[in-house]
Design a protein around this ligand. Structure first.
Ligand code: FMN
Length: 232
């Protein structure tokens, strides 16, 4: 059975737009038979990496010298085969999410090689993760706003020598709700999100059609500007 860890980096946790998208995604994964554990970056007490000497590579390979909640996360990540990073765009990431990403270093084998013109490592042999993917929400209109966050996730997967399994992106995510209620269009988006989670586990990949449905415009760019820039 597939085993996944999903980390939601939104400071708004359960109340946020990211949770609104991540919840049906996890449901879809579970419908397809995956065992998914959800964790909130803000609830975990994870300090920034302060070990410039790369203790986890040089002194004690595979061990992090900082004893905080990351020590609870490492065994879960070793056992998982899918890692879902869920985050709002925060130019580019919320701090707690960035701390967790930095602290993944002990899971990497300290052996560098050249792959497709870049210096890369790999996950250690005891790490089961084979796919890393992104679920992200943003406030602005266009999908290009996710470029940096997508790149960070791709880089992480490439550095770890595993598949970047794609990105579920919901721009102007607030628009899925009107006065706190899910709109019809929002519901259609969330149905597609659930389908994406299902496809990922069942078929091994999310289809372009499903991802495009999730990201499609729910408002014109002019209307979005009117809402943000109340002076217009
Ligand atoms: C500090 C900060 C920076 C943000 N930067 C961007 C941005 O660059 N692009 C974007 O589309 N949205 C940006 N947003 C909007 C959030 O990404 C968006 O509202 C998101 O859906 C919030 O998710 P959450 O409710 O799960 O926290 C930013 C929000 C904050 C608080």
């Amino acid at each position: 059975m597939s085993k996944a860890v999903a980390i939601n980096g939104s400071p708004r946790m359960e109340k946020g737009n990211t949770a609104m998208v991540l919840t049906p995604f996890i449901q879809g994964m579970m419908d397809a038979g995956s065992d998914v554990e959800l964790l909130y970056a803000n609830r975990l007490k994870v300090k920034p990496c302060t070990c410039g000497e790369m203790y986890c590579w040089n002194e004690m390979p595979g061990e992090c010298c900082i004893k905080d909640d990351m020590q609870l996360l490492y065994p879960k990540l070793r056992e998982a085969d899918i890692l879902v990073l869920a985050t709002p765009v925060y130019i580019p990431l919320p701090g707690d999410m960035q701390n967790i990403i930095n602290r993944l270093c002990p899971l990497l084998d300290p052996f560098l090689e050249f792959r497709e013109g870049r210096t890369r490592a790999r996950f250690r042999k005891d790490v089961g993760i084979r796919k890393i993917l992104l679920v992200s929400t943003g406030g602005w209109w266009e999908k290009e706003n996710f470029g940096t966050v997508v790149r960070i996730t791709e880089e992480l997967a490439e550095d770890a020598g595993v598949e970047f399994a794609g990105a579920v992106l919901r721009p102007h995510a607030f628009r899925m709700r009107e006065e706190g209620e899910l709109t019809k269009e929002g519901e259609a988006v969330l149905n597609a999100v659930r389908r994406a989670g299902y496809e990922l586990v069942k078929e091994g990949a999310m289809t372009k059609e499903t991802l495009d449905t999730i990201s499609r415009p729910l408002i014109s760019q002019e209307e979005l500007w009117r809402r943000y820039n109340k002076v217009l």
